[in-house]
Design a protein around this ligand. Sequence first.
Ligand code: GAF
Length: 351
Amino acid sequence: MVMTKQKERTDYRTVQTVPGRVNIIGEHTDYNGGAVLPALVNRSITVTVSLNAGERLCIHSSTFGETKNRPTRFSRDGHWSDYVAAVFAFLSDNGLFSGGADISLESDIPAGTGLSSSAALLVACLKAARDLSVFDVSDKTIALWAQQIENKFLGVPCGIMDQMAVALGEPGNALFLDTRTLQVEQVPLPDGHTIAVCHSGIQRRLDEGRYAIRRAECEEGKKLLGEPNPCLMGDETFERALALATPINRRMRHQRTEHIRVLKAVDAMRAGDVDTLGRLMDESHVSMRDDFEITHPVLDGMVLRARQHGALGSRMTGGGFGGCFVSLVPDNIFPRWQQLMNDDFPQITLI
Ligand code: GAF
């Protein structure tokens, strides 16, 4: 990494706004070399950073109504400010930051709902630090750094989808990301349809263990099969995968089928074929429910009802075990659909 010198003016201030993301399809494939198809949501986090003359970080959040003073030397204390502190620790470990900073943040991305508020916060802080310094790295590098920080400093074993989505996503497009090569393509979202994102009201956290268990099960499957990219496995390896003991066989089946669904979904979006896109979203939900076992019975019911009320497809989105679902709804029925969903499930929040 290039050693660099940050700007010296303590009156210099930068503001960065980074949205959250919803994943349209491609769940838990981003740490196995598979494809994913996230898009930005209309909620974001704004971070304002200025350098100060001291040696500490003063981190304020109007959203949480709290201010924390922390040393730049990092120790994880389970507080929301860990995310900000981890960014500055990472930068200072790499010779890219020294001294102190005042950081304030506000966010309307609900935390713990699977919309990548953490990735948005990390990417916003990194982009702000880039602006205050003379290191000039690409948004892709910012995404990779954000993932490293989440893995190493915050102990969350996440893949690369969220950071890439919020760092490189564009409004009106989905981001088709190959997580093996990090190649990206912007794919326009379907005209005349709403990508409706609803929070089920069921909170979840990626660091509470079940996400890590799925990752570990995939590692076991990869080892047993001698296949580093289970999303890309050929027919012969797939046959062997299906013969593995349960639940590893089902975890592996989800990997290959979900990856293929993403590729088909991208083709369907390019062709404006919303019916196929919807069907693939439905199939993805079934695979997450039965093979990867990351859904939640209440959420399964919501997804089913979303379709019965006219969505072309519907699925849980994100790391799983709660959080949000995403539905593809024709614009002309959207108000009625929303009303019916709210009548059935008053606890749902439309994002
Ligand atoms: C979470 C993780 F952070 C992502 O990397 C991804 O694995 C996702 O769950 C599941 O697709 O958002």
